[in-house]
Design a protein around this ligand. Structure first.
Ligand code: NI
Length: 261
């Protein structure tokens, strides 16, 4: 316990040193040719927190995967990506295929910034259970194909709408099926205060949080929850990273809810 506290204190010191290295020159600034202060911050937002360094080892650290379904939606997803980048947070996005075409740059940005991309469905108009092989393929394989053309690989984890699965979904998934263990039901009342309180109350080491990046309130709630969970020592990782760090091999057609230690 004491060792853990020392480690956390060490991490806090590192963070403080990092912030100082960014903040001191920005605070004092320099005078530009026109005599007005020019600061580093004026040029670019700059990261507030460094992303988790998994190479340093995560034994004894609290890990969490925050996941977003139903996007991308340019306005809200872009704001979320900006906020995650500032906080050094990697997340996982389960995409709706029909939203990909007009948001190709947003999807590329997700991957370029270290987030993980997965498949939700193509049109989100139906659940995946009870579908014929052709109907299932029209939802999942079509989306997978779009993402493969865009990103150049084909290893996309699957999250079925509503978390509904059956033997057919498991047989045809072609990928690990990732559900969740913390559900603030952000679609319901879109009340950021309630969502933040729920997440902070429920979240523990190894959880997978379910949210939707198509609502402004969800973006607000996610970023506020991230800030508080950072203070509590959580490291935000992608779904693949979460399971890898916990030495759990994800298998095609199997269902996963969390990666508790
Ligand atoms: Ni959905």
């Amino acid at each position: 316990m004491i060792l853990k506290r020392l480690k956390m204190f060490g991490a806090a010191l590192c963070a403080a040193a990092f912030l100082l290295s960014l903040g001191v020159p920005a605070f004092f600034g320099v005078l530009g040719d026109n005599g007005r202060a020019v600061t580093a911050d004026a040029a670019q937002p700059g990261a507030v927190d460094a992303p988790p360094d998994l190479a340093a080892g995560t034994e004894g650290r609290k890990l969490i995967a925050i996941t977003f379904d139903d996007g991308p939606r340019r306005s809200t997803t872009t704001r979320l990506l900006d906020g995650l980048a500032q906080r050094g947070v990697r997340a996982t996005f389960f995409l709706v295929g029909q939203n990909v075409g007009v948001n190709e740059d947003v999807v590329r940005r997700m991957e370029a910034e270290g987030h993980q991309v997965g498949v939700h469905t193509y049109d989100h108009e139906r659940k995946l259970t009870g579908l014929s092989k052709a109907d299932f393929s029209a939802q999942v394989d079509t989306t997978r194909k779009l993402l493969t053309q865009l990103l150049g690989h084909n290893d996309f984890i699957l999250r079925p709408p509503y978390g509904m699965t059956d033997a057919g979904v498991k047989a045809r998934a072609g990928a690990p099926i990732i559900l969740w263990s913390v559900d603030p039901e952000d679609w319901k009342d879109q009340n950021a205060d309630r969502e933040v309180a729920f997440i902070l109350n429920e979240t523990k080491d190894g959880d997978i949080i379910l949210m939707h990046d198509i609502f402004d309130a969800s973006v607000d709630a996610a970023l506020r929850a991230v800030d508080e969970l950072h203070k509590r020592g959580f490291l935000f990782v992608t779904v693949d990273e979460l399971f890898r760090e916990r030495h759990i091999d994800l298998e095609k057609g199997q269902i996963y809810w969390n990666a508790y230690p």
